[in-house]
Design a protein around this ligand. Structure first.
Ligand code: AMP
Length: 276
């Protein structure tokens, strides 16, 4: 496996198909599942590790975001990576850099877009750059960041980038907590309570499958939130799986999405609640 810092050091004619797994590093089982999947389906796999300053807002955790390149390199190689692309912020955003990829409209206005202004511009800009630098045939994204996945599909289609976007199901801890690099911020007391999102999503799904309406199902989910007063919910919604618009009636593939904060960490999660 090769670790490179400069875009110019990626080979011009790699064996194809070529898979790309974009990450911010501090790899966990969720990332490794993406890498394994990419390794199984492609001749070579590039894993990018870049904590992208553009997608963090003021007061967010850009500086303190966990980083451990040595450990990441070992884990990525074991999972089947051939290349690690680990650029500096200056490599990605040299002096004079002035371009933003902006996905407009309802897909980015709500949910994470509303709570994290500018976040999806940062994501769309860096992922577009990675697609142009690596020129992959396929790129792998976790359903963990479900809205991000839809945003990536949107600009990839809108800008004719031609990359096959492969969604990968959420990898969870045994108790249901979605794996996340930010889970290291959870202290021993908060950790067991952090399953609140998963439990609320399960309650929504169970209500949906027992014939209740979306509104009633959301009430069941909110009741789970209410049992954990340390958790400040940002949103819990039942949405269309592609547009992410709230649903009043069930539709195939309906997704429940949720986010909220414990004092030291903000968590997001989602689940398909109606079979597709
Ligand atoms: P990040 O390093 O948090 O930017 O995540 C990099 C990629 O890994 C994104 O496509 C995420 O959606 C995906 N990912 C993160 N956590 C998980 C998880 N628990 N299960 C599946 N994919 C994940």
């Amino acid at each position: 496996m090769r670790i490179i810092q400069r875009a110019a050091d990626l080979r011009v004619n790699p064996p194809r198909p070529l898979g790309l797994v974009p990450t911010m590093g501090y790899l966990h089982e969720g990332h490794l599942e993406l890498i394994r999947r990419a390794a199984a389906e492609n001749q070579e796999v590039v894993v990018s590790i870049f904590v992208n300053p553009l997608q963090f807002g003021p007061g967010e955790d850009y500086q303190s975001y966990p980083r451990d390149l040595e450990r990441d390199a070992r884990l990525a190689e074991e999972a089947g990576a051939d290349w690690i692309f680990h650029p500096s912020p200056e490599e990605m955003y040299p002096p004079g850099f002035a371009t933003t990829v902006h996905v407009s409209g309802p897909l980015t206005e709500r949910w994470e877009g509303e709570r994290r202004p500018g976040h999806f511009d940062g994501v769309a800009t860096v992922v577009s750059k990675l697609f142009n630098i690596v020129r992959p045939d396929r790129a792998y994204f976790g359903e963990k960041d479900y809205q991000q996945l839809q945003v990536v599909k949107r600009f990839n289609a809108d800008l004719n980038l031609g990359v096959e976007i492969v969604p990968v199901p959420i990898v969870r801890e045994p108790d249901g907590l979605a794996r996340s690099s930010r889970n290291v911020y959870l202290d021993a007391e908060t950790r067991p309570k952090a399953t609140v999102l998963y439990r609320a999503l399960l309650a929504v799904r169970q209500a949906a499958q027992s014939g209740l309406s979306p509104e009633e199902a959301l009430a069941a989910g909110r009741a789970v939130f209410d049992e954990t007063p340390e958790f400040a919910a940002d949103y819990l919604a039942v949405v269309h799986p592609q547009t992410l618009q709230p649903l009043e009636q069930w539709t195939a593939g309906a997704r429940a999405i949720a986010a909220g904060r414990f004092p030291a960490v903000r968590l997001i999660d989602n689940m398909e609640v109606m079979g597709s």
